[in-house]
Design a protein around this ligand. Structure first.
Ligand code: HMH
Length: 223
């Protein structure tokens, strides 16, 4: 068993909270409040824009690795970075479809907290193993969550299917498992203190994802 798999088991309860959140379940059950979805859409657009420099910092660290002689790992991350360009266009298109203005929106506190966490990981002194672990976990939570909404028997509203497919599709799943392999490969060679740092980053991703879903879901419950 890889190290990431052992952490998924060890922190199973946090993983379930991050992936089977009431926000996701409300999509799957077809009961989602459109204003929840719109909040999520606008906030995630801001998040993804902040995610770009984070992924770029992971790419930079990957390029400096000696353990990737043929550059395969670097290419996987480069592919992820490139696809964020398309993702930003998608968010803009989706926002206009839902009549959400994304020009003047401000990040809510849980979003800012998540972005600050990414900013900390971007520091050059943070080890590549911790960064690639966080990167994998961030993508994996969305993959697992949105895939749930595509399972047979789901009542996901037709106008949300495209969103769910964006992260729930099988090629994104394959990309996530490539990131997981890269993370495992790094973690196997890591010293004790780096392992601790990476596990802490993994747990904090799960925590931040719950905060992000709460922010999106809670908005509509109180308005
Ligand atoms: C909050 N987590 C959040 N937004 C995203 N777009 C992803 C993960 C996956 O890229």
């Amino acid at each position: 068993m890889g190290i990431t798999e052992s952490w998924l088991q060890k922190h199973h309860e946090s993983f379930v909270k991050a992936t089977m959140h009431p926000f996701i379940l409300s999509i799957k059950q077809g009961t989602i409040n459109p204003s929840s979805f719109k909040t999520w859409l606008a906030q995630d657009y801001i998040f993804v824009r902040e995610f770009v420099p984070f992924v770029a910092s992971v790419l930079l660290k990957a390029c400096k690795q000696v353990g990737d002689p043929d550059g395969c790992e670097m290419e996987t991350i480069l592919g992820g970075l490139a696809s964020l360009h398309d993702e930003i266009s998608w968010f803009k298109k989706e926002a206009s479809k839902w009549d959400v203005s994304i020009s003047g929106i401000v990040a809510q506190e849980p979003n800012r907290e998540y972005c600050r966490f990414l900013g900390n990981l971007m520091q050059p002194e943070v080890d590549y193993a911790a960064c690639i672990t966080a990167f994998w976990a961030i993508e994996m939570v969305y993959q697992t969550s949105f895939e749930l909404c595509l399972e047979p028997g789901s009542k996901t509203p037709a106008d949300l299917l495209e969103t769910c497919q964006r992260w729930g599709n099988s090629s994104f799943k394959h990309y996530c498992s490539s990131l997981q392999s890269i993370a495992d490969h790094c973690l196997e060679k890591a010293e004790e203190d780096v392992l601790r740092e990476a596990e802490e980053a993994f747990v904090r991703v799960l925590h931040n994802e719950v905060g992000f879903w709460n922010m999106s879901y809670g908005d509509a419950q109180t308005s």
